[in-house]
Design a protein around this ligand. Structure first.
Ligand code: C2O
Ligand code: CU
Ligand code: CU
Length: 547
């Protein structure tokens, strides 16, 4: 199999052009893959998981009335230090609400309510907030065309039309999204509705206690413990990977649990890393139950033992910690997988390059600087099972109603991903701010066949403005088709309403979208890859829903 680095070379780059930063030299003396906070080593898992409270960082903010949000830079303690945690310069959304201060608040709102917020840009560069997964008018969507300059303000005012679910918000300044999101500009946007309340009541789920929003991210830190984001040419092309894995910004996190059921709202907030999630104790994989995907609850709880989670995607799961003995540790892991970077027929002249794969060490020019290769197995979170009443949850037979989009008369559309001159393209295009790649009619149902060539890498494809349903996966690799229990090659993570779907090399994923809306006039939205380096490099197009 050809690897990340080789695809990059194949794409024709003069590789040795990057002068390594502090990161590499500092760790050169420790054996490769064993470093402080290495998430492969279970012994490193000692930091208490950061769990959101009712104010402060990631505090749960029940939206009632207009918000004033400020995007700004601040210090934020991430890494555990000898005495005090090491602060990293971080980008944050600050706000006050009902007398309390919040940074990157977890916004919570009832479906059908009005959401009003102003964004003030206190950063030295342009920014804008996008509400990922929400069905809003284009002007409220945080399209990069609405980016505001330093000192500028943008006003949002829209009705939250989405069903209950785990959405999120993040920066969308074109060319700066990857860096700004990596440096902190992202958090959850939770929508509540009757289905959500019914589930919470049936299973005694309380947000911040037994219902835990969990954003998973991978970061790099320099020798001083500061966040590092310096993609070289290869990393700009393939995506930036970290080697310290954070759950709610906690590296090597531990959460104590009692033998009962927890809800974990998993969000992959990483720039480029794909996770293959599983709960493992010792050598044993435990069951968990998928209850929701990007756009809220699915119809029925589905028991699985693993699930892929790509950047931008959410997976709502129930996990019964009583499956393990009191006193044992359970790890939420990312299992090993084939990253399928540059799959396809071997290219002439590639053989000689194979030796460069390992010798150079991380941080060397043209080599990925992350010590955690895409597809290796590592741990994300340790759950320590402590004494407590054994509560066996009775899962509801139905969670919610997901009506299939009627497909009669649907317009068929091909979305082809490709690689040309070191750039990943969509239908042969790279992003141009004011160019419309295609038009869609208001109220039309379309079926998009998104195909990824074999020579490439996996791309998490995301659509703004409208949720979709995954109809079918064709040509899936074995690591995907082995979990495809739901007909037409679909896995549990493909069920329900989606806004982001991972398309593997060689795959075609067919999705259905209903473009019904009640916004006045034409509305322009984005289709893009949620590998944030790809997005910034232009793997993004505009489409217009005609009024
Ligand atoms: Cu979360 Cu346009 O993206
Ligand atoms: Cu989005
Ligand atoms: Cu991509």
């Amino acid at each position: 199999m050809l690897k990340r680095r080789q695809l990059f070379q194949l794409a024709g780059v003069a590789a040795w052009m990057y002068s390594g930063a502090g990161h590499s030299q500092e760790v050169a003396s420790v054996p490769f893959r064993h470093y402080p906070l290495d998430p492969v080593d279970t012994a490193n898992f000692r930091q208490k998981l950061f769990v959101p409270g009712n104010s402060g960082p990631f505090g749960v903010l029940d939206v009632a009335g207009p918000l004033k949000i400020r995007a700004t830079a601040a210090n934020f303690p991430i890494l555990p230090g000898p005495k005090t945690p090491i602060s990293s310069p971080f980008l944050l959304y600050q706000t006050e609400h009902a007398g309390k201060a919040y940074q990157n608040p977890i916004l919570r709102i009832e479906s059908g309510s009005r959401f009003t917020a102003s964004l003030d840009n206190a950063l030295p560069e342009p920014t804008i907030i996008h509400w990922h997964g929400l069905h809003t008018p284009a002007a409220m969507d945080g399209h990069p065309v609405n980016t505001i300059a330093p000192g500028g303000r943008y006003d949002y005012d829209f009705t939250v039309r989405n069903r209950g679910g785990t959405y999120w918000y993040h920066t969308h300044a074109h060319g700066l999204t990857a860096k700004q999101a990596y440096n902190g500009l992202a958090s959850f946007f939770l929508v509540d509705d009757d289905d959500q309340r019914r589930l919470a009541k049936a299973l005694d789920l309380r947000l911040g206690v037994t219902d835990l929003p969990l954003v998973i991210q991978d970061k790099q830190f320099d020798a001083q413990g500061k966040l590092r984001y310096q993609p070289n040419a290869q990393e700009s092309m393939m995506g930036w990977l970290g080697d310290v894995v954070l759950a709610n910004l906690t590296p090597n996190a531990v959460q104590t649990v009692t033998p009962r059921t927890y809800r974990l709202r998993l969000l992959n907030g990483s720039n480029a890393r794909i996770y293959r999630l599983a709960f493992v104790t010792g050598k044993k994989r435990l069951n968990f139950t998928v209850i929701g995907t990007d756009g809220g609850l699915i119809e029925r709880p589905e028991s699985v033992t693993e699930a892929f989670l790509a950047p931008g995607e959410r997976l709502d799961v129930l996990f019964d910690a009583g499956q393990a003995q009191i006193g044992t540790d359970i790890f939420l892991k990312s299992l090993a997988f084939d990253p399928m970077e540059n799959e396809g027929p071997a290219m002439p002249g590639m053989a000689g390059m194979a030796g460069m794969e390992h010798g150079a060490g991380h941080g060397a020019p043209g080599v990925a600087s992350s010590r955690l290769t895409l597809g290796v197995e590592f741990n994300v979170l340790k759950l320590s099972v402590t004494a407590g009443e054994r509560i066996v949850a009775k899962l509801p037979a139905t969670l919610s109603k997901v009506s299939a989009i009627p497909l009669q008369g649907a317009t068929q559309r091909k979305i082809e991903l490709s690689l040309e001159n070191m750039r990943f393209l969509i239908n042969g295009r790279t992003f141009v701010m004011d160019e419309i790649a295609f038009d869609v009619k208001r109220g039309a149902v379309e079926v998009w066949s998104i195909s990824n060539p074999t020579l490439g890498m996996p791309h998490p494809m995301h659509i703004h403005g409208f949720s979709f349903q995954v109809l079918e996966r064709l040509g899936s690799p074995a690591q995907v088709s082995s979990s495809a229990r739901f007909g037409k090659g679909r896995t549990a993570g493909d069920l329900g309403w989606k806004d982001t779907v991972l398309v593997w090399p060689g795959e075609t994923v067919r999705i259905a979208i209903d473009f019904t809306h009640d916004f006045p006039g034409d509305q322009t939205y984005l289709l893009h890859c949620h590998n944030l380096e790809h997005e910034d490099a232009g793997m993004m197009i505009n489409f217009r829903v005609q009024g």
